[in-house]
Design a protein around this ligand. Structure first.
Ligand SMILES: Cc1cc2nc3c(=O)[nH]c(=O)nc-3n(C[C@H](O)[C@H](O)[C@H](O)COP(=O)(O)O)c2cc1C
Length: 230
C-alpha cells in the first residue's frame, strides 16, 4: 500500500470535547501524523451517533481516509456502547460496498486500572471489527492508568506523559510510512508511568475525597442490595 495521505480520528469517549484521555491520545497522534503531511479530521462519538446525518458524515469520512484511528476508554472490559454502535455502522456500511476503498485501522485503548492488560479483550474486539469491516489492522496501543491524562493536551501533562508521547511518536512515524504499529511503541505505552502501588494509593485517596465532597464519605462501603436474592 502507498503511504497514507488522509486520516480520520474517532474519539470513542462520550465525555465533553476537551475532557477525555481518548481525545488527548488520539489528538496527539493526529498532530504527529500532520507533521508527516497527513490531513485529518476528528469525530466525537456522542455527536456522530446523535443523528443519521452526522453518522453519515462519519461514514463518509472513513470512506475518504487512508487511515482510521479509534481512541477509546475501556468500559467494563469492552468498548463504550456508542463506540460499538459506531463500529457496527462502519462495518455494515463497508460490507454494503462492492469495492470498499482500502483503509488501515489503528486502535488506542485506555483504562482506569493501572495494568494495561485490562484492555486486551477490547483490542481483540477492535481486531475482529477490522476483519468484519474489511479494514487493514495495523495494531493496537494499550494504556493503563489513563484517567489522569484527560482534560489537557499530552504536551501539558508533564513528566508522566513522557512514555506515552514516545510511544505515539514511534507509532506516527511507522504509520506515516505505511508500516504497522511497532512492538516497541506497544511496550512503552503499556508501561505504567508510576509504581502501581502508588497509583492505587492515590486512586483510593481520590475516591475518599470525592465521597467527602459529595457528602457520602461514610457510605462508600454501603451494599444496599447485598441481601436481595435476585
Ligand atoms: C462506565 C465505566 C466503565 C469503566 N470500566 C472500566 C473497566 O472495566 N476497567 C478499567 O480499567 N477502567 C474502567 N473505567 C475507567 C475508564 O476506562 C478510565 O477512566 C478512562 O481513563 C476514561 O477515558 P476517557 O477519558 O477517554 O473517557 C470505566 C469507566 C466508566 C465511566
Amino acid at each position: 500500500m502507498n503511504t497514507p495521505q488522509t486520516a480520520t480520528l474517532l474519539i470513542g469517549s462520550a465525555k465533553p470535547i476537551g475532557d477525555s484521555t481518548s481525545e488527548a491520545l488520539g489528538g496527539y497522534l493526529m498532530q504527529r501524523l500532520a507533521d508527516y503531511g497527513l490531513t485529518g479530521e476528528t469525530h466525537h462519538v456522542a455527536r456522530a451517533m446523535r443523528s443519521e446525518a452526522r453518522t453519515a458524515g462519519l461514514l463518509a469520512a472513513v470512506d475518504r481516509s487512508d487511515l482510521f484511528v479509534l481512541a477509546f476508554p475501556l468500559y467494563v472490559d469492552s468498548l463504550p456502547y456508542l463506540t460499538v454502535q459506531a463500529l457496527e455502522r462502519i462495518a455494515a456500511h463497508r460490507q454494503a460496498q462492492e469495492n470498499a476503498r482500502p483503509v488501515r485501522f489503528v486502535a488506542i485503548a485506555n483504562c482506569g486500572f493501572p495494568e494495561a492488560h485490562h484492555n486486551d479483550t477490547a483490542l481483540a474486539i477492535c481486531r475482529q471489527f477490522a476483519a468484519a469491516a474489511g479494514l487493514e489492522w495495523t495494531g493496537g496501543l494499550s494504556m493503563g492508568a489513563g484517567t489522569p491524562f484527560g482534560g489537557k493536551p499530552l504536551e501539558e501533562a508533564g513528566g508522566m506523559a513522557r512514555g506515552v508521547i514516545a510511544a505515539l511518536d514511534l507509532t506516527a512515524t511507522a504509520l506515516a510510512k505505511g508500516d504497522t504499529v511497532p512492538d516497541e511503541a506497544v511496550a512503552i505505552m503499556a508501561k505504567p508511568f508510576m509504581p502501581i502501588r502508588g497509583y492505587t494509593l492515590m486512586g483510593g485517596m481520590g475516591w475518599r475525597m470525592e465521597g467527602w465532597r459529595n457528602g457520602v464519605y461514610r457510605q462508600l462501603r454501603a451494599r444496599p442490595f447485598a441481601n436481595q436474592s435476585d
